[in-house]
Design a protein. Structure first.
Ligand SMILES: Nc1ncnc2c1ncn2[C@@H]1O[C@H](COP(=O)(O)OP(=O)(O)OP(=O)(O)O)[C@@H](O)[C@H]1O
Ligand SMILES: Nc1ncnc2c1ncn2[C@@H]1O[C@H](COP(=O)(O)OP(=O)(O)OP(=O)(O)O)[C@@H](O)[C@H]1O
Ligand SMILES: [Mg+2]
Ligand SMILES: [Mg+2]
Lengths: 356, 375, 252, 236, 293
């Protein structure tokens, strides 16, 4: 009985890993045989980014059971800190692989630190109040980066929240973060292979965490805080931990994002609450707590608007309709029941056939 | 649930414009949904008019143009997607993108492909970083510097206040240079107040700051939707001053139902005025109104000029539609520095190797509900 | 020596004195009953003992250690575990995992070891599973170990709560109406379970119950609470024949 | 004609069939006990009767009128009230407001007031606590409130789902007394209970439910003496 | 004088937030869902008035009436089509659907009315009030907005406390099943909630557009989010809380712009919000719900 269960989770996780790996292999094969359009090739890294974001958010929403509307903020921190680093060390570290690896570390750590900072209010707040605080944090980060000017010259770093001029740099100075204009000229160090490796890493962390002592503690808080306390689970510690890990993973998503495009700005479009909500859409559509679902939802919903390009001006309207329809299809109790019934019929047929 | 197989079925992303054999395939990119849609739509429409005109007149050296415009929602990532989509379609020349940040991202890609790119309105300095990238509009630094010079040289004011969008690349880019140039000029910046994309309905504080500092000119390096609100709010606060803006302000008179009295006396440094009396403009405005039911703004004019620049460069570079993308690019790059076009946004526009246009900025003032050229 | 010593414990909600000057002494290994009319304050006493509510006054001493003012988590680590009147399981976890959460503080490995699946993870998880299965066995839940807790029938959910509480290896186990919603047969089985737990684990048990068959059947001593105050205490049979208790609680 | 008549009722949760074709009837003035183990489907039946769940199959007739397809909110005003399992009082409302909620479908102010006094008489504790938030009441108090609330609709028939659960012995007596009083005041009662002994003690007839089927029915006294019932439900 | 004048500005801005927040909180309080599309219903309301008054040249009163009707019908329709199937699903599923509806309405607006901004003609013809020799200026729209807010707030509280339909709403918000057992028609109660919420959105729409008279398909989005913040700030679900939250949010926003930094004002507003919630975790007037153990 017990072995069966272990096997079941193991199998389930294995399937998830396999889906990622096989998809990767198929896509690679298509690229090599020249069968993948430029559009799709261009979408590969963004898709990896969003998959990572969905997985990271699912850790908070699905496993910890708290609503975060600020994950774009963590992603933003990861993106900017790593892009900052990469731009700065463009010459000092010529090896793109090493540079990107260090950028990853920096992005993840910085984002995780912000995760802990956000985690503090998380301890006191619940539900929608928590959601609004995470949203607020995300917006603060975005707003702050928009007025942040950082430059470097022979005298070292200069920092200002007014404008480039007040950096007071020597003429040889290099503006690294230029307020709303953000960072330009980040090396495009990421690629699809790296993206998939990072997805696998994120999956590894999230799945193994969930199936461990720590994961159980986090889930027990989700299911019943009072009971968790009564058996001695340290609520503070585990909530913070979940938030920090999730933020760190979101930071990795940000690093991938930042090293895919040559411009990085903290616009509402990239890192605003709308983006956080988009990640939430992935998580909810894929099934709360269901990592494989998150992956699929992130892929489908990132592709969808691109596939709808043919509809021109109606594109986003149709996208909205499809989103609503998918939500109702996957979550409405009547639909679920209907699907269950069909599945049951299907299952029964199979059984009876086997019996024959 | 297999992601990869999903992709194969759609590998040839659908595209509503047929890629016609034997024509030049020109792509366009810009926001036609989302908050910036108005700029993308104007540019698309303006460019389309130019394409139709050229085709009617027999095309470029007898070869017609096909134009395909893709949405990017004003986002860098989506813009790269749009670019790739157009590449799949067979794009040979890119007329885009409309906004700056996406333009920088796309320019990085187009330079890898060595695909000729001319942005009608991507004004950030980096938009023309790679040598395959050109632009039609003035750059942000140019506009900032020129505005400050203009104000200083014409002694329009002693005390200047700035209200700008600190979350916008265009606006903060102009502001930076304006402030810098102001040091050289004989006026003082008494207030520099920001707003953000998330906070752009109420401007009472910014206006009051300018008012209480006694600004005799308010510089508005922003887009006209916000400017319309600022004018309205300044009016109700009884703040009478000169407002001075850049090309983003163009279009303010076209806001439906707008009380044009509010805009009376507003000055702007813009390459295009829909009320100009030259034949070219009159024709264009008439056509635009007929097609799209609106008065075109500067973005439409930029799009129009960009297409004409492309046509001129194609002609000069003796390009053929069956040439490779890279060959077309090389030919056009060279041709661009040799051509001069009569555009809506400048009488004799020429380009240098950097990709920047050389044209005169016109300072216009709104008088009696119409733009009129200032001397 | 008394394992639990409670002195003049009080708490009020608004104007209502829910628990008023409550005292209690339980010897090690005793099976002690707390009974009283609905709303008398029994559950509130449990909440005070486990730190869910902070008392307005009074002290709680467990095994010679002062618990007053400690929070729920600390109190659990000091050795008090409980079940709840309205069942509180980790409904989306398996039955086995519910018990493993109870083992959380006694069987440890770090998060990193968990993520990287280092040897200590494997070893500890194995030990945890064994221990948890042992506990489930006691309550006849071993066959349902893989069920989602919320899919268990009601009576088994109550038992699972007990197993989970026991997993924290407490000195004192508090059971709030363990037999509520069970039919007579199930109750009889539960009584055996409780006695077994007490004997096997040398546990001290304090329970709240309205089922007099259970109370009379297994409790050695009783305290009767009425309007937040102690109405009577002593040997079970004596208390149950106390006329005050009969009028206030048992009825004729 | 029976006041409540249920024929061949089947109810599903998704693919699980919880009630598998149950028929029974309740005559005017009767007290009927429905007993059975945990998960037998008792609550499911009651939920279907008052429209909280949809029947898959079968008919439910109240005073001869088919109410199977009638939306749940119309059933109360037809004279059927339900004291749900787990009380389900409105936790954020006061005791008084909860009772008023029970009279939602009625508009006769005067009669509602009389009814309220009747409830207060029957449950003095509720009057004492009339301004307390229902969520902070003790279990027993909440049970009283749930019964009082159902009585506020002045029903012809009242369905009670385990009203004695979690109550003190004296109160269990009390509740069963109240049920008898409610019955003698002319209200028909359908009583679902784990406490089979008490339930059969005060009822006229009883039905025994096992995993979604009625396996035994008859006069309550007869059931009390039935060996299988004794072994399975009375713990003797 | 400067401070008072900023304070007045803050109240003006806040009154608009408050008005929107009232609709938000009303729907949240009863249907327990964050209707992220609320702001976009406001936009539709604004366009309705615009079409009738500015395009067709009819009376503003007719415009306002039509706007209320259009929004109410829209709100109820959206509820029926998009939210009702998810009544028993997780609240997050409904939240996501609401986001879908929000996208839908925005893009609908974009297709019908194009992206070009329209200048809205104020429906309020009361002129400004000048105090202290003109140094303080209270706009007519602000006065009307605040008065409307207060009237709506009181009316809503009265409605919920005193009327049968109002009490039904409270019951539904607590326990839909138990409400049904009381004889309450849960579906029509929720429809009514949306009808009222959307009607309020229409009112908010024409007052918002009167105060800040440009109208684009995205006009409602940001004020919608701000109003959500305001509603949480005041204690979501609490009607007076929405009012207070809205006004305070407006004041904080203006004062931080005026005295700290106009660049960082968004950050400051959100920082204050976080601090307030840390001190009072359920917002200013939010009820702390103690779970009985
Ligand atoms: N958080 C609270 N706020 C207000 N009153 C409370 C609170 N918790 C309990 N009470 C009140 O305190 C009294 C005692 O409640 P408690 O739950 O301890 O009763 P109990 O003895 O366990 O009763 P039962 O046997 O019915 O469960 C009750 O009158 C109850 O209404
Ligand atoms: N919401 C639900 N979803 C799926 N199955 C359910 C649901 N509610 C009840 N069931 C199942 O339906 C069957 C009958 O349940 P029901 O609650 O009617 O039993 P009961 O006789 O009232 O039991 P109890 O004495 O525990 O109240 C049980 O097997 C139960 O697990
Ligand atoms: Mg109790
Ligand atoms: Mg039941």
């Amino acid at each position: 009985m017990r072995d069966k269960k272990l096997n079941k989770t193991f199998k389930n996780n294995l399937i998830t890993y396999l889906i990622v790996i096989i998809s990767y292999a198929l896509v690679q094969a298509m690229i090599l045989s020249g069968n993948l359009s430029s559009l799709m090739q261009g979408l590969l890294v963004p898709i990896c980014t969003y998959v990572i974001m969905a997985l990271a958010l699912n850790l908070v929403v699905g496993v910890l059971g708290e609503l975060s509307l600020g994950h774009a903020g963590f992603m933003c921190v990861g993106a900017f800190s790593s892009a900052f680093f990469s731009k700065l060390t463009l010459e000092a570290i010529p090896n793109a692989g090493l540079r990107f690896f260090l950028a990853l570390l920096i992005g993840a750590v910085c984002a995780a630190i912000f995760g802990i900072i956000i985690g503090i209010p998380v301890l006191r707040l619940k539900g929608d109040y928590l959601a609004i605080v995470t949203l607020a944090f995300g917006e603060i980060i975005k707003n702050f980066i928009n007025v942040m000017y950082v430059g470097k010259d022979s005298n070292g770093f200069h920092f200002s929240i007014k404008d480039v001029a007040s950096l007071n740099m020597e003429d040889d100075g290099l503006v690294i973060i230029n307020g709303a204009q953000g960072i330009t000229g980040t090396p495009t160090d990421s690629n699809f292979t790296i993206g998939v490796l990072l997805i696998l890493f994120t999956l590894f962390v999230v799945l193994n965490l969930t199936n461990s002592r720590t994961g159980r503690a986090i889930m027990s808080i989700r299911d019943n805080r009072i009971a968790a306390e009564s058996v001695g689970i340290n609520i503070t510690k585990y909530k913070l931990m979940a938030f920090a890990i999730s933020a760190g993973l979101a930071g990795i998503g940000g690093v991938l994002y930042a090293h895919n495009l040559s411009t990085l700005t903290a616009l509402p479009k990239n890192f605003g609450y709308n983006m956080s909500i988009m990640f939430l859409v992935f998580v909810v559509l894929g099934g709360i707590g269901n990592m494989r679902g998150s992956i699929i939802a992130a892929v489908v919903l990132t592709l969808l608007p691109e596939l709808l390009r043919g509809l021109s001006d109606y594109r986003m309207l149709i996208y909205a309709v499809v989103l609503i329809a998918m939500m109702i299809f996957t979550s409405a109790p009547s639909m679920i029941e209907y699907r269950e019934k069909i599945m049951a019929k299907f299952g029964k047929n199979k059984v009876s056939k086997e019996a024959e | 649930g297999n992601q990869a197989s999903d992709k194969t079925s759609t590998a040839e992303g659908k595209n509503e414009v047929e890629a016609e054999e034997g024509t030049f395939l020109i792509g366009g990119i810009g926001p036609v949904t989302g908050e910036l849609a108005i700029y993308g739509m104007a540019e698309r429409n303006g460019a389309q008019i130019a394409v139709d005109e050229i085709n009617e007149a027999g095309g470029v050296n007898g070869t017609k143009l096909t134009f395909n415009f893709q949405d990017d929602e004003g986002d860098a990532e989506k813009s790269v997607n749009a670019y790739n989509n157009l590449k799949d379609w067979g794009m040979q020349i890119l007329c885009g993108t409309v906004t700056s940040t996406p333009c920088i991202a796309v320019a990085a890609k187009s330079s890898q492909d060595n695909l000729f790119q001319i942005t009608p309105s991507g004004s950030a300095a980096d938009c023309i970083g790679p040598d395959n990238a050109f632009r039609v509009c003035f750059s942000d630094p140019d506009q900032g510097t020129k505005s400050a010079e203009y104000i200083g040289e014409n002694k329009l004011a002693k005390k200047v206040a700035i209200i700008y969008d600190s979350s916008d690349v265009y606006s903060s880019g102009i502001t930076d240079k304006f402030v810098k140039e102001a040091e050289e000029q004989d006026f003082e910046i008494v207030a520099k107040e920001a707003f953000t994309a998330d906070n752009k309905t109420d401007f009472s504080v910014q206006i009051k700051k300018a008012q209480s500092e006694g600004a005799d000119l308010v510089f508005l390096p922003i887009y006209y939707s916000q400017a319309a609100l600022i004018l309205q709010q300044a009016n109700s606060l009884g703040f009478e001053t000169t407002f001075f803006g850049c090309d983003g302000l163009d279009g303010i008179l076209g806001v439906e139902n707008f009380d044009q009295k509010l805009a009376e006396g507003v000055m702007l440094l813009t390459p295009f005025a829909a009320d100009a009396t030259d034949e070219l403009t009159k024709n264009f405005v008439a056509k635009y109104k007929e097609e799209y039911g609106e008065v075109p703004n500067q973005f439409a004019a930029d799009g129009y000029d960009a297409i004409y620049a492309i046509a001129a460069a194609l002609e000069k570079g003796e390009c053929k539609p069956d040439m490779s993308v890279s060959d077309i690019c090389e030919a056009m790059k060279k041709a661009m520095t040799e051509i001069s076009i009569e555009g809506l946004t400048g009488e004799k526009i020429t380009w240098d190797e950097s990709g920047a246009p050389d044209k005169e900025a016109k300072a216009v003032v709104i008088k009696d509900g119409a733009y009129s050229l200032m001397e | 020596m008394a394992i639990l010593e409670v002195n003049n414990l009080s708490i009020s909600f608004g104007g209502l004195m829910a628990v008023n000057d409550f005292g209690l002494n339980i010897e090690e290994g005793q099976l002690y009953g707390l009974i009283g009319p609905n709303g008398a304050g029994k559950t509130t006493v449990f909440n005070l003992l486990t730190g869910v509510y902070k008392p307005d006054q009074g002290r709680v001493i467990l095994d010679g250690k002062e618990l007053t003012g400690k929070n729920t988590i600390e109190i659990n680590q000091e050795g008090i575990a409980r079940t709840f009147q309205n069942i509180r399981l980790f409904s989306q976890l398996s039955v086995l995992d519910n018990v493993k959460v109870g083992l959380h503080n006694d069987y440890t490995y770090s998060t990193i070891e968990g993520i990287l699946r280092l040897p200590r993870y494997k070893k500890t998880e194995k030990l945890m599973t064994e221990r948890a299965m042992e506990l489930l066995e006691v309550f006849g839940l071993a066959d349902e170990a893989e069920y989602l807790a919320s899919n268990l029938p009601y009576g088994k959910q109550r038992k699972l709560e007990m197993a989970r509480a026991l997993a924290t290896n407490p000195k004192l186990l508090l059971l709030d109406e363990p037999a509520a919603g069970m039919n007579p047969n199930e109750t009889a089985e539960l009584m055996e379970n409780i006695k077994f737990v007490r004997d096997k684990f040398k546990m001290t048990i304090l329970l709240i119950e309205h089922d007099m068959k259970l109370v009379a059947g297994i409790c050695e001593k009783l305290t009767v609470l009425n309007f937040g105050k102690v109405l009577a205490e002593g040997e079970t049979s004596a208390v149950l024949h106390d006329p005050k208790v009969i009028t206030a609680y048992l009825g004729e | 004609m029976a006041l409540l008549e249920v024929k061949d009722l089947k109810v599903n949760y998704g693919v699980i069939q919880a009630v598998k074709g149950v028929s029974f009837e309740v005559n005017e003035g009767e007290v009927i006990a429905l007993i059975g183990a945990n998960g037998a489907g008792k609550t499911t039946i009651l939920h279907t009767l008052t429209g909280l769940l949809k029947a898959e199959n079968g008919t439910i007739k109240l005073e001869g009128k088919d109410i199977t397809k009638i939306p749940g909110h119309k059933i109360v005003s037809m004279g059927m009230a339900h004291v749900p399992e787990g009380r389900r009082v409105f936790a954020q409302l006061s005791v008084y407001e909860n009772l008023q909620m029970g009279a939602f479908t009625r508009s006769d102010k005067k009669e509602i007031e009389d009814n309220l006094q009747m409830v207060y008489e029957r449950f003095p504790r509720l009057e004492e606590r009339k301004n307390q938030m229902a969520g902070t009441l003790s279990g027993g108090e909440q049970q009283m409130l749930a019964m009082g609330r159902a009585l506020m609709s002045n029903p012809k028939i009242i369905l009670m789902d385990e009203p004695s659960m979690g109550l003190s012995p004296i109160f269990v007596e009390e509740i069963f007394n109240i049920i008898e009083k409610i019955s003698s005041a002319g209200t028909t009662v359908l009583l679902v209970e784990q406490n089979a002994k008490k339930a059969l003690g005060i009822s006229d007839r009883g039905y025994v439910l096992e995993t979604g089927n009625i396996v035994l029915e008859g006069d309550s006294k007869m059931l009390l003496n039935d060996e299988t019932v004794k072994a399975a439900y009375l713990g003797e | 004088m400067g401070f008072i004048s900023y304070l007045i500005d803050g109240i003006s801005l806040g009154s608009v937030y408050a008005l929107i927040a009232l609709g938000y909180t009303m729907v949240y309080g009863i249907a327990k869902m964050l209707n992220f599309a609320h702001g976009d219903v406001i936009m539709i309301g604004g366009y309705t008035v615009y079409t009738i008054v500015s395009t067709m040249g009819l009376s503003p009163w007719l415009g306002m009436a039509a706007s209320v009707v259009v929004c109410t019908v829209l709100g109820v329709a959206v509820e029926k089509i998009a939210y009702k199937p998810l009544r028993m699903a997780s609240p997050l599923a409904v939240l996501i659907t609401a986001i879908g509806v929000s996208y839908f309405l925005q893009n609908m607006g974009l297709l019908i009315f194009t992206a070009s901004p329209k200048a809205f003609t104020s429906v309020v013809s009361i002129s400004n009030i000048k105090l202290a020799d003109g140094a303080l200026n209270i706009s007519g729209v602000t006065l009307v907005t605040i008065i409307t807010c207060i009237i709506i707030m009181i009316a809503l509280m009265f409605f919920i406390k005193k009327t049968k339909a109002g009490r039904a709403m409270v019951a539904v918000s607590e326990d839909k099943g138990a409400a049904l057992l009381m004889g309450i028609d849960v579906n029509s109660t929720i429809s009514l909630t949306f009808a009222i919420g959307s009607g309020l959105a229409a009112v908010a729409g024409f007052l918002l557009c009167s105060a800040y008279p440009t109208l684009t398909p995205y006009t409602g989005a940001m004020p919608g989010i701000k109003a959500f913040v305001a509603a949480v700030f005041g204690g979501i679900g609490s009607i007076p809380g929405a009012f207070i939250g809205g006004i305070l949010l407006g004041i904080i926003e203006i004062l931080s712009k005026a005295y700290i930094s106009s660049q960082l004002s968004d950050a400051i507003v959100f920082l204050v919000l976080i601090l307030v919630l840390l001190i009072k975790p359920t917002g200013i007037l939010g009820k702390e719900i103690h779970e009985k153990v």
